[in-house]
Design a protein around this ligand. Structure first.
Ligand SMILES: [Zn+2]
Length: 170
């Protein structure tokens, strides 16, 4: 049984926001192409979908491939969890040519508290890379923050994590 679901919102007649929830695996039913084809703006929200397997990747890439053929359609990937970001960077077609990544969860690790957490960052604020992410931390879910701030490190490759930025159309 799949624990995957999605919720759909239509902020306007021409736009849809799809909120994923659960693991995108072989049982995951994505929205059908026909149910999306009317919209000019499609936003896919991964806030509650941090797990994906090879079957889920295949299903997703197929849908993106179909949607990338549509003229004048913009696809946005929002609140991408680290594992989703990995696929965006590694898998050809995971981010379609008409697609944009709006925001990503940057994974961090505090060596003092031995705690892993992530902070959400807007991609258009990351043109200087991930170097300032730790310095910019105001509040995090960490036991002795801000005292432990000096022990917090990026838990992603600073360049590889942003490979997708070169592929996004400006
Ligand atoms: Zn800490």
């Amino acid at each position: 049984m799949s624990s995957f679901n999605f919720k759909r919102e239509s902020p306007s007649a021409e736009s849809q926001v799809i909120f994923f929830d659960g693991s995108m695996d072989e049982n995951a039913k994505l929205p059908t192409f026909d149910s999306l084809v009317q919209a000019k703006s499609l936003v896919f929200d991964f806030e509650n979908c941090g797990v994906i397997n090879s079957s889920g990747i295949k299903t997703w890439v197929k849908l993106m491939y179909e949607l990338s053929d549509l003229e004048g359609v913009n696809i946005t990937l929002r609140n991408c969890q680290p594992l989703i970001l990995d696929q965006i960077n590694m898998i050809e077609g995971f981010l379609p040519p008409n697609g944009t990544v709006e925001s990503i969860h940057v994974r961090l690790f505090c060596e003092k508290c031995e705690k892993e957490f992530s902070v959400l960052k807007k991609v258009d604020q990351l043109h200087d890379g991930l170097g300032d992410v730790v310095a910019d931390l105001k509040q995090v879910d960490c036991e002795t923050f801000p005292k432990c701030k000096q022990f917090i490190n990026l838990d992603m490759h600073p360049d590889k994590a942003l490979t997708f930025m070169h592929r996004m159309k400006k």
